[in-house]
Design a protein around this ligand. Sequence first.
Ligand SMILES: [Mn+2]
Length: 324
Amino acid sequence: MCYQHYFEKWNSTNCINGTNLIITVRYDTGARFRGSDQGVTALLDLSKKSGISANLEMRDCIISFDGGFTSVYARNIEKVLHICEAVCLEVCESVLSGHIPILISGDHSSATGTIAGIKKAKPESRLGIIWIDAHADLHSPFTSYSGHMHGMTLAASLGVDNIASVLRNPDQITLDFWHCFKHIGGMSEKIKPSDIVYVTLRDLEKQEAHLIDKYGIRNITTKELRDTEEADIGTLILEHLNDCTDIYLSFDTDSLDGAISKGTGLPVDNGILPKEAETLIGMILKDPKVICFEITELNPKLDINHATTNMVYQILEKAIAVLK
Ligand SMILES: [Mn+2]
């Protein structure tokens, strides 16, 4: 494997201060359904139409790699690894140059690279994760029924295999790639379970529930979100991450209520409403500890009358305005 071209790019990029930096990751390699790569394009098209893209610096994370090793335990793991290595370097460079990068990614597997990039830029950072998502993304090749990499993002970043919940017996090559995946950015165990806050997590498999119970990982349910005063909900989340030095907020489109939002791979009912998401994200992004924001898993192929695309675009536009 040779990452020389990424290093060359890394060393040659200049920072433009005062401009929002958007990093696009136009891949759907880690997802069950094809088409979330087009979600990135759809959001960029809307940003061009609205005129806000004129004030944005854009970087597209592209890899010159196709195919690679795949297995039923970890589908497309070699390609996802390449994508995450590229994302890691792009995020690292942008953080080092003083940006708060906004990631627009196809599927959630690339967030393993994003977390690695933040930690590569700031190895001493205690990184808090706010994961607005219907799913926990805590599987490993030992526990995943489906083998899709976008369900393994946080397990890889935590460096956990969850052997206590073992369901499958992956082959050695899969395990070698999984080892590399957990070590993207040159380190493992990049985050602590106590420094994760889930928001609207509601489609959980028992292997993941085991980890959540074991570590007591916080989940703000949709009900708790609504039962809390709107002005207090951001504080509630941020207080949980009080000991963290930096915060990465990742918004998975499937956190939106599946009853009104179909444009994502795995919609689930009883989720957050677009206005609630916009308000919550707006509050959190005002915190000076925020180091990175991401929107992911929009799939226009599954959308109905562009409804989800428009909802997610509104959230993106608000986030860009707050981070300015
Ligand atoms: Mn996710």
